[in-house]
Design a protein around this ligand. Sequence first.
Ligand SMILES: Nc1ncnc2c1ncn2[C@@H]1O[C@H](COP(=O)(O)OP(=O)(O)OP(=O)(O)O)[C@@H](O)[C@H]1O
Ligand SMILES: [Mg+2]
Length: 271
Amino acid sequence: MTQLVLDRVQLAYENESTGASFLALSNVAFTIDRGEFVTIVGPSGCGKSTLLMLIAALLKPTSGDLRLNGAPITKPGSDRALVFQDFALLPWRTVIANVELGLELKGVARKARRETARRYVSMVGLKAFENAYPHQLSGGMRQRVGIARALGVEPEVLLMDEPFGALDAQIRQVMASELLRIWERDRKTILFVTHDIDEAIYLADRVIVMSASPGRIIEEIAIDLPRPRDLSVRNTPRFVAWRERIWNLLEAQIRGSGSWEQSDVEPVVAR
Ligand SMILES: Nc1ncnc2c1ncn2[C@@H]1O[C@H](COP(=O)(O)OP(=O)(O)OP(=O)(O)O)[C@@H](O)[C@H]1O
Ligand SMILES: [Mg+2]
């Protein structure tokens, strides 16, 4: 069942002092079904974060429509939660109190808040660290607090902007598997931005590939691998073929854009 619809969405950033306008997204259109896990890849600066901010209604589109369950998206709401790379945990609050924050903002009463927060802290495997402060946790654990906080408000749609970007490769794989485990239990709709192509395929029901700036969608690839998945799927012929396909699409975008011509460094897509 269709849950989220983007129809001919354009976003131009206006520079108030110069009056100049910069087109960040041109004509983005897609739909997402309830409970679907969709990942987005695209060259740096193509507008992926901008896209998530539009869905969270932290930005308004210059033109086009965004709809959630048939109703226009006009303002931020607890039906959508955005998880950033740095999670913005409050250092003076314990793990449980950080997870409760979203519920406080939603106006949930103290007792119910604590119960819900406990459930999500356990779900991400941090029960033993409920009363720890962020500085006492590893990067991966802080990450999980951020995810628990976002899940705790029970949004219909979870928007994740490179949530594993700051983690090293091994922790990242573990986190991806954990996120899948949580999602398989919870089945919230997830829209997940990443630079890591393997991660994009491994997690997704569908990978959306964006063009270089101004961003638009150049391809949508259905990843019909059975679930639950484990990391060994990365070696299967279909996985390898998807990886190749996405590499090629991104490489063409980066080479075709001005940033590549002007750059004297090796492209990030070098294999
Ligand atoms: N507030 C702003 N004002 C003007 N331009 C902006 C603003 N925010 C972003 N941009 C520009 O819009 C484009 C898209 O930015 P965005 O952050 O959405 O890209 P991205 O795909 O998330 O990039 P990355 O992969 O590096 O995170 C970029 O060219 C960026 O410079
Ligand atoms: Mg970004």
